[in-house]
Design a binder for this molecule. Structure first.
Ligand code: A3P
Length: 322
């Protein structure tokens, strides 16, 4: 066993040495791994996930670029898919558990030594299994791409994603930002250098797939969910082949799910106000303002010009806009 682990560590070290490396915004270095900037603490998990994860046709994958609304979409998906099991919204798992605890990250599950234990845990999970991931579409395991599982993806206006990411990184790594200014961080962001970036490549990977295989990938925008959440709760349920019945609709189940997962409700739950994650940051940092357009309070005219130009360049002709 020790020699298997030793070999694994050696191979990982060899892999890391072969990859382009950049200073990230925070505590971890970023490695250019399969065309995306992977934080050093994720490489092992992503590598193992790609090698070992076996998708089931009934799986649901909640995918996102970090700080785009992952916590929200995990909560919505969990409550939509499990609404028969958990039909009481006064006694719901989301009232006592954070959505990241109910919908684990595939990128993190395999960050471990005992892969066999993980695999047997995964094969015994209640179905449909729901997982989260920040991995770009082309780097998902073949098994996800080839099975009939469904992927729900959320993205957000990069202006707001950048601000949300910047403030989050400052909160969780207050001492290790290496004196990076916001302007310098934006420079890196525009070059694509951010965990799981480039942001545009991430979005475009899922965007193109949602057009090519609309039954496989549902592409959502944070802003659209904010504008009409009930519509999108219904849309996600239809996409996941569990549409609401007329009776559910008239009983207000859609509105109950929207309310349960709303920013105000989740932010004020005791379970989300205190305590930390296994990744050791405080859960309260997942809930900040939950607004559209907060970036105007942080961007200088030069920063606006820089990011607007980059987005125009990277997204033009794709049909994707914000
Ligand atoms: P802000 O920093 O702009 O407030 P992620 O979950 O991918 O880490 O994204 C975090 C962003 O989503 C944060 O944005 C956070 O406040 C917001 N958010 C968290 N829960 C939310 C919810 N239930 N509804 C809407 N936005 C939410």
């Amino acid at each position: 066993m020790a020699s298997t682990q030793g070999l694994q560590a050696y191979e990982e070290e060899k892999l890391l040495l072969s990859l382009p490396k950049e200073r990230g915004w925070a505590a971890h270095h970023l490695y250019l791994f399969q065309d995306f900037w992977c934080p050093s603490n994720f490489i092992e998990g992503v590598n193992n996930f790609q090698k070992h994860f076996q998708s089931k046709d009934s799986d649901v994958i909640v995918s996102s670029f970090p700080k785009s609304g992952t916590t929200w979409l995990k909560a919505l998906t969990f409550s939509i898919v499990n609404r028969k099991r958990f039909s009481s919204f006064d006694n719901h798992p989301l009232l006592t558990s954070n959505s990241h605890d109910l919908v684990p990250y595939l990128d993190f599950i395999f960050h471990c030594d005992n892969i066999q234990n993980k695999l047997s845990y995964l094969s015994n999970m209640t179905e449909p299994r729901i997982f989260g991931t920040h991995i770009p579409f082309p780097s998902l395991s073949k098994s996800i791409q080839e099975s009939n599982c469904k992927i729900v993806y959320i993205c957000r206006n990069p202006f707001d994603t950048f601000v949300s990411f910047w403030i989050f990184a400052n909160k969780i790594y207050p001492d290790s930002l290496d004196k990076l200014t916001m302007e310098e961080a934006l420079e890196k962001y525009c070059k694509g250098i951010i965990g799981f970036g480039p942001t545009w490549e991430h979005m475009l990977g899922y965007w193109k797939e949602s057009i090519a295989t609309p039954n496989k990938v549902l592409f959502l925008k944070y802003e659209e969910l904010k504008e009409d959440i009930n519509f999108y709760v219904k849309r996600v349920a239809e996409f996941l082949d569990c549409p609401f019945t007329e009776e559910e609709e008239s009983n207000g189940v859609i509105e109950s799910i929207s309310n349960l997962c709303s920013f105000e409700k989740m932010k004020n739950l005791e379970v989300n106000k205190s305590g930390t994650f296994d990744r050791s940051f405080e859960k309260k940092y997942l809930f900040r303002k939950g607004e559209i357009g907060d970036w105007v309070n942080y961007f200088s005219p030069a920063m606006i010009e820089k990011l607007s130009k980059t987005m125009e360049e990277k997204l033009s002709g794709s049909g994707l806009s914000f």
